[in-house]
Design a protein around this ligand. Structure first.
Ligand SMILES: *Cc1c(COP(=O)(O)O)cnc(C)c1O
Length: 459
């Protein structure tokens, strides 16, 4: 299995790209050739671990033996998830809500992190070395990564989150773990500021090499590959003819999760539309109207994990839409970095619209829908999931079954959810202990050099 960058011709192995978020040329990694996956050999009782092993092995190639990969997969979710069913479903208004929040930190990010860190450990243990992970988080990636790293002997983590822009529950999930190998920093700025610091440090090859710095943001290819599994799984569990096309509505920020759906489609899953569900931070929605990708100020919403104006993984789709042209991708991304926008022509936009649809959902709609679903269906959704559900309703119905990815448990955003539903739900009652633990994190302004000094000082 070979990988290339979206901006250049060098080739890499799975192991090369596992530890690197970005290629040397600033591009993102992507397979040189897409494998195909014969999902029809499974039935609706397929075991999640088995499916994960099969899909992951397509992307790992020969870099890990099948038996090692198998034991990594088998020792992961089974111990970390609260129920034997990692993915659960709810039927709401003829749509299927795919609950991806049964992991230890109650958001879909656990699927990737609980496997990614053991994959790291596998290589690091063989080579007897350690690695320093640098993570920017809008709340959920950080908690998932910290939980996974807290069990690792070979990984240290430095996690940056935007001050006052994540929920209290999310912050506490990260700041109360209290392990030597975990360093948490709040940054004076937005998630995009955190991500820019990470990207900029990753571009400093010398620094990264001498300090063994790696990344686990959603630009990490292995995360994308791992996330494509639940698209297949929910299809197999719910569609029995193996050919009906379905829609997936995905609450979208960094374009990682929905891009994993695109990967599933590339591997052969019959997906009609991938519905990009955005909040007021609607760069992708606007792009789908006129082909102009233009960043605006980040707005604060009740779905903070989507308060992002730079959808990093979008570069991978651009590369694909331009038939794997390194030079066009590079030009577009340079325009974006220098001028804050780029434009694609009608033909490219049309091509994207074949596989994607996009809808923007505002906070009033989120509130109304959350309340309606609670009152009519006695079911509670978190604000991100509400955006996914509202977007799927706005999608012109073409008869395809709609899946909505439920990306987080409502307790993670209990303040917003309780204010929408208008009654005291006491969502936190099962999580009181989290509120008794001591928090610890650093405050480091918005300064790349301070983060570098911190990493150097800790190792
Ligand atoms: C991360 C996250 C998203 C957005 O996913 P992307 O891969 O960044 O598009 C949506 N909802 C929740 C709850 C998240 O944690």
């Amino acid at each position: 299995m070979k990988y290339q960058s979206t901006r250049g011709i060098d080739q890499y192995s799975f192991k090369d790209i596992l530890f690197k978020g970005l290629a040397k040329d600033g591009g993102l990694f992507i397979p040189v050739e897409w494998p195909k996956f014969d999902f029809k050999k499974y039935d609706n009782n397929v075991c999640y671990d088995e499916l994960t092993l099969e899909i992951l092995s397509l992307f790992v190639g020969n870099d890990i033996s099948k038996s090692d990969l198998s034991s990594i997969v088998e020792n992961s979710y089974r111990h970390a998830f609260t129920s034997q069913d990692y993915v659960t479903y709810q039927n709401i208004n003829q749509s299927i809500i795919v609950e991806l929040f049964n992991g230890p930190t109650l958001a879909f990010k656990d699927f990737a992190m609980q496997l990614l860190i053991p994959l790291f450990d596998h290589f690091l243990a063989n080579e007897n070395r350690k690695v320093n992970l640098l993570v920017a988080t809008s709340g959920d990636t950080g908690s998932a990564a910290i939980n996974a790293v807290s069990k690792s002997k070979h990984v240290n983590i430095f996690c940056l989150f935007p001050k006052n822009r994540i929920s209290e529950f999310q912050r506490k999930q990260m700041s109360t773990v209290g392990k030597e190998n975990i360093t948490l920093c709040e940054i004076d700025g937005t998630f995009d500021d955190c991500q820019n610091i990470v990207k900029s440090i990753l571009r400093d090859q010398n620094f990264c090499n001498s300090n063994s710095v790696a990344a686990v943001n959603s630009i990490n290819w292995a995360r994308i590959a791992i996330q494509s599994v639940y698209y297949f799984y929910s299809y197999l569990n719910n569609v029995h003819d193996y050919k009906s096309e379905v829609n997936f509505s995905v609450p979208t920020g960094n374009f990682g999760d929905i891009y994993a759906g695109y990967v599933a489609k590339k591997l052969g899953l019959p997906i009609n539309k991938l519905i990009i569900a955005t909040n007021e931070n609607d760069i992708l929605y606007r792009f789908m109207q006129d082909g102009r990708y233009e960043k605006k100020e980040v707005q604060r919403t009740t779905s903070p994990s989507m308060d992002i104006q730079i959808a990093s993984n979008f570069e991978r789709l651009i590369f694909d839409l331009y038939d794997s042209s390194f030079s066009v991708t590079k030009n577009k991304m340079t325009d974006f970095n220098e001028k804050g926008s780029f434009q694609v022509d009608e033909k490219i936009l049309k091509k994207m619209q074949l596989s994607f649809d996009a809808h923007r959902v505002n906070q009033t709609e989120v509130g109304e829908l959350t309340k309606e679903i609670y009152l009519n269906c006695d079911y509670l959704i978190d604000p991100h999931t509400a955006i996914g559900l509202a977007a799927s309703k706005k999608c012109n119905d073409d008869g395809a079954l709609n899946f909505i990815l439920s990306t987080a448990h409502p307790v993670k955003f209990s303040e917003a959810v309780e204010s929408y539903v208008g009654s005291q739900l006491d969502l936190l009652s099962n999580y009181r202990s989290l509120y008794t633990l001591k928090e610890s994190f650093l405050s480091l302004g918005n300064d790349e050099s301070k983060i570098k000094e911190l990493i150097e000082s800790k190792i």
